[in-house]
Write a protein that binds this ligand. Structure first.
Ligand code: GUN
Length: 283
C-alpha cells in the first residue's frame, strides 16, 4: 500500500486565495492587514523563515515590516521596538522569530507583545485561552496541521493520537487542539520509554522532534495518518522531515511530505491570524 499524500502546497494555495480575497475586502474599508516581523541574529534557517513570511504577506495583499538586529543587540532595543509596534494602530500582527540569542529572556519578549497582536499565539494569555478551549490566536503550525487533517477528512472523534515532541510551539498546542476535537492524546518526548510501543498505537501520528528520519515505517500502524512537522537537512544538504518518508509511505494511509507539507501551511495560518487580527479592528 502506498499512502495518500496530503499536499500542503495545494491546500496552502487554496487557503491563501481565500485570504487574499478577505484582505482585498478589508482594504476596501481602508485597512491593510500588516504583520511586523522581528529577527535577532544570523541563524540562516530563521532568516529563510522570516524572508518567506514577509514574501507571503506581500503576495496575499498584506503589508509587512521587517526589523533585523545584530546577534549582540541590547534586549532593551528590541523591547522598545515591540512597545512601538504595540502602539501603532496600522500594525495588526507582531512576530518575534525564535530562537532568540541566549542573552535574551525569550519568555519576557513574548509577554511584551500585545496579546491582541500576538499572531503566533505564544503569549501566556493566548496559551491559557487555548488551554481553556476559547482560542484567540492558534499557534500557526498546529493550526495548519488541523486544516490538513480536516482537508483530508481524517476522523478525529475518539482517534488515538500520538504526538512526538513537547515544545510550546508545536507539541503542547497540538495536543490541546486535538483534545478539543475529542481525540485521545498521548505526548511522547526524549525521555519516553519504548517510543515505538506508543507510535504503533496511533491512528494519527504527529512527529515534531527535529531529528531527521527518526520515525520509520516499522513504528507506524498500518493505515495511520502521519503528520511530519520536522524540517531537517540530511548530511548531503537535502531537506527532510522527522519521518523516514520512503519506509513510512508504504505503511501509512496518509502522510504529509517534507518539503511541501506542514511548512507552507504554517505560513498560511500566520497570514490567517494576521488577517483575523486586522478584521477584529472593525468588529
Ligand atoms: N521558530 C520556529 N517556529 C516558529 C514559529 O512558528 N514562530 C516563531 N516566532 N518562531 C519560530
Amino acid at each position: 500500500m502506498t499512502a495518500k499524500i496530503i499536499d500542503g502546497n495545494a491546500l496552502s494555495a487554496e487557503v491563501r486565495g481565500q485570504l487574499a480575497e478577505r484582505a482585498a475586502a478589508l482594504k476596501d474599508k481602508g485597512i491593510t492587514p500588516c504583520l511586523a516581523v522581528i529577527l535577532v541574529g544570523e541563524d540562516p534557517a530563521s532568516a529563510v523563515y522570516v524572508r518567506n513570511k514577509v514574501a507571503a504577506c506581500e503576495k496575499a495583499g498584506m503589508r509587512s515590516l521587517r526589523d533585523v538586529y545584530a546577534p549582540d543587540v541590547d534586549p532593551a532595543v528590541v523591547f522598545a521596538r515591540i512597545a512601538e509596534l504595540n502602539a501603532d494602530p496600522s500594525v495588526h500582527g507582531i512576530l518575534v522569530q525564535l530562537p532568540l540569542p541566549k542573552h535574551f529572556d525569550s519568555e519576557a519578549v513574548l509577554e511584551a507583545i500585545s496579546p491582541e497582536k500576538d499572531v503566533d499565539g505564544f503569549h501566556a494569555k493566548n496559551v491559557g485561552a487555548l488551554m481553556q478551549g476559547n482560542p484567540r490566536f492558534i499557534p500557526c503550525t498546529p493550526y495548519g496541521v488541523m486544516k490538513m487533517l480536516e482537508s483530508a477528512n481524517v476522523p478525529l472523534k475518539g482517534a488515538e493520537v500520538v504526538i512526538v515532541g513537547r515544545s510550546n510551539i508545536v507539541g503542547k498546542p497540538m495536543a490541546m487542539l486535538l483534545l478539543a476535537k475529542s481525540c485521545t492524546v498521548t505526548i511522547c518526548h526524549s525521555q519516553s520509554k519504548d517510543l515505538a510501543f506508543h507510535t504503533r498505537r496511533a491512528d494519527i501520528l504527529v512527529a515534531a522532534v527535529g531529528r531527521a528520519k527518526m520515525i520509520t515505517g516499522d513504528m507506524i500502524k498500518p493505515g495511520a495518518t502521519v503528520i511530519d512537522v520536522g524540517i531537517n537537512r540530511t548530511p548531503e544538504g537535502k531537506l527532510c522531515g522527522d519521518v523516514d518518508f520512503d519506509s513510512a509511505k508504504e505503511v501509512a494511509g496518509a502522510i504529509t511530505p517534507v518539503p511541501g507539507g506542514v511548512g507552507p501551511m504554517t505560513i498560511t495560518m500566520l497570514l490567517a491570524n494576521t488577517l483575523e487580527a486586522a478584521e477584529r479592528c472593525i468588529k
